[in-house]
Design a protein around this ligand. Structure first.
Ligand code: NAD
Ligand code: GLY
Length: 343
């Protein structure tokens, strides 16, 4: 499937399908004329897919392999990669290719966004989470000591090429992280995504889920690329999720924290009278079906991290509350109001 996203810097395609890694250079239009590419990936993905991609690119294509995991989303490594690009003669019209999950995508996208004030990059997501969320919409970032994603830009890719075959090697735990974000879409949109998740995500419906999620995200980012309004809906479960992630010292992965965050918000929404009990029970059952547990931390410790959230504006956080399946809403709240809502 080909979904075209109209972004501020120009339209870009999100292409999903099977066996696409070999076709990536042609699909994304990289290495045309005298231009080069540099592939960024991590040390888990490299042994699995780097050769396949490199075999489709000109001989001698630059490639950089970073350690896997959230710790690679850091300023120092971004700096090292920028120095490597410069040392290797990477030019303004050359293209960065991010082959991997959300970590590689965010890091490589960030490096591409600042190298020579911005060079093109292509997202080649290899995790479920990256396929349905992080590869689309142009958010790039590295983490700072004070918090996740605190240094970053919205810098849309030139193309997203998602080879669904790569998902076959995803460890179960990483699949579960993607499910956390898929459940976010299920609650936001209801409809077919919720039905797929209720029925059970498997090989037969993964492609459909990815295409539906990409199309939903397309509608959101086309309407609000810079997250001044409805893009904030995509943060459902994230304010609490990021706090859980920080409290666990990044011990719980992102997608799992998002699912725990959705559970906390669903419970608060039903308690506040926003969410009908029947919908709450369906959401809870879904979280349980995929094995997500409750947030293990106290409200006090979660709140401690929440007040440092980068999304606070005018002393208010934009909490995403659930009014029903397929009906979420953005409510600005002070830290005290959020505390009252969650307790
Ligand atoms: P990840 O990139 O760390 O990948 C998870 C693990 O799976 C890693 O160990 C990786 O090496 C391995 N892996 C990747 N693809 C594989 C494959 N096909 N087979 C086997 N192993 C594979 O994590 P993630 O869950 O993809 O992404 C999480 C990151 O994404 C977080 O940093 C989060 O902040 C970010 N994120 C960004 C956005 C955005 O809009 N930019 C949205 C959501 C999340
Ligand atoms: N993952 C949230 C967003 O892209 O806005």
């Amino acid at each position: 499937m080909r979904t075209v996203i109209n972004a501020s810097g120009g339209a870009y395609p999100v292409i999903t399908g099977h066996g696409l890694l070999k076709e990536l250079p042609a699909l994304a239009g990289v290495c045309r004329g005298n231009t080069k590419a540099a592939v960024f990936t991590d040390d888990n993905v490299a042994p699995l897919y780097l050769d396949t991609l490199l075999s489709a690119l000109p001989e001698g294509t630059l490639h950089y392999v970073v350690p896997h995991g959230e710790k690679s989303k850091n300023w120092a490594l971004a700096g090292e990669l920028l120095e490597k690009l410069a040392g290797d003669g990477f030019c303004r019209d050359d293209t960065v290719i991010a082959l991997g999950g959300g970590v590689v995508g965010d890091l490589a996208g960030f490096v591409a966004s600042v190298y020579m004030r911005g060079v093109p990059y292509v997202q080649a997501p290899t995790t479920l989470l990256a396929a349905i969320d992080s590869s689309v919409g142009g958010k790039t970032a590295v983490d700072l000591k004070a918090g996740k994603n605190l240094a970053g830009r919205i810098y849309p890719p030139r193309a997203v090429v998602c080879d669904l075959d790569t998902l076959s090697t995803l460890p179960k735990a990483e699949w579960k992280c993607g499910i956390g974000e898929a459940l976010k879409y299920a609650v936001l949109t209801g409809g077919e995504i919720f039905d797929i998740m209720e029925k059970g995500l498997d090989e037969s419906n993964t492609e459909r889920l990815v295409d539906l999620a990409v199309d939903y995200k397309r509608r959101i980012v086309e309407a609000d690329e810079n997250e001044g309004g409805i893009r904030r809906l995509l943060n459902l479960g994230h304010t609490v999720g990021h706090a859980i992630e920080a409290e666990s010292a990044m011990g719980f992965p992102h997608g799992v924290c998002v699912a725990m965050g959705i559970k906390v918000i669903a419970r608060a929404s039903v308690k506040a009278g926003f969410l009908p009990k029947e919908d709450y029970l369906r959401i809870s059952a879904l979280l349980q079906k995929y094995g997500f547990s409750d947030c293990p931390y106290s409200l006090a410790s979660v709140m401690e991290h929440t007040v440092h959230d980068k999304k606070i504006a005018d002393g208010k956080l934009n909490a995403v509350v659930i009014r029903g399946i397929g009906n979420c809403d953005i409510l600005p709240m002070t830290a005290d109001e959020l505390k009252g809502f969650l307790s």
